[in-house]
Design a protein around this ligand. Structure first.
Ligand SMILES: [Zn+2]
Length: 81
């Protein structure tokens, strides 16, 4: 049985087609069309996202939600102090 991620039909960012392929974002758990994925690689924090995700996998965390989630958690903690 396929997970929810594999049942998506359109890009979560732009609603574009997956006709040329699709991939999961490095920043969160969204499914991206290849055009949006290319744009993602130009973000200033893209290498950070890749490095943190790779480190998580090396430590056995195979469902790491991406740095977008961890940044939100940090912002929420900071706003409470
Ligand atoms: Zn897209």
């Amino acid at each position: 049985m396929l997970g929810y991620f594999f049942t998506k039909q359109k890009c979560d960012r732009c609603s574009g087609s997956f006709a040329t392929g699709w991939i999961q974002s490095m920043h969160d758990d969204l499914a991206l069309c290849m055009g949006y994925k290319e744009a993602e690689t130009r973000r200033s924090d893209y290498l950070e996202a890749v490095e943190v995700e790779s480190a998580a996998v090396r430590h056995g965390v195979f469902n790491f939600p991406g740095i977008a989630e961890t940044k939100l958690v940090k912002e929420n903690i900071a706003s409470r102090t």
